[in-house]
Design a protein. Sequence first.
Length: 289
Amino acid sequence: MNKLLFLVVSTGALAGWLAGGAARAQTPAVNPMPDGSRDMYVGLGAQSAPRYEGSGSRKLSALPVLQVEWSNGIFISGMSAGMHLSRSPTVEYGPLLAVQAGRDESGTSVEVGGVGMNGLIGPAAGEKAMFMTGRLAGMDEIGARLQFGGFYNVYLDPQWRLTSSLLVGAGRDHDGARLELNVQRLALAAGSHHRVSLTAGVGLVNRQYSETYFGVTVAEAMRSRFGAWQPGGGLQDVHASVRWNWVLSPSWMLTSNLQAKRLLGDASHSPLTQRPTNLTVSTAFAYRF
């Protein structure tokens, strides 16, 4: 599955996306602001990621950056949105919406309503032929999906945070579900203008999710290069990431992220999976309004 990468930048706690090639929905830390105010970042960068989860080829994509937080708790982060409902300084929870990109025969994400967060710059060197013919030729195209769910985060102390999110609505029949559990070390100081944060966690999915993105139906097997494969749900991946933010001025920031993801279980054994371990690298300039 080719996911969107949601790049989150904030002056308080900083969280990365997924994406292995994963773009996952982010929940920025609560940032107390005066009533009626907002905090907004807009920027542009580039991302190198697997063409789809488990792919052996890569793509280079433009990476727009968008994050807005309002004092009432509502936030927009890339192609996700939610609302902080908790008043506790150590607990965060609320509803969450996210758009998950689709996948075509080349493994490239299908853009949403003409507004894509993964504008393709071009295939990596040596992969033009594969991109043009489409490794996933004969596989059903998967459309973009609007997912809904919620998040629940707990601060162990000001620097350590446990995060969780559950999103439902992915897959062919909109019944795929994914649960993410992470631990984050927030804002390690690396000089007066530098901040580093670390994240590690696991992803669990239901059978419908796994069948859509890693399965091969009998009909697909008859018209593609793959044999039929029916995976189950459960633990799908482990992942870890490091984010480096360089504050260039009160308004400008350079934010970079490196994420490693390892597919497990049926996802790693799928005939669609060429490389179970992959890296996603991104960097972008962001302007604070």
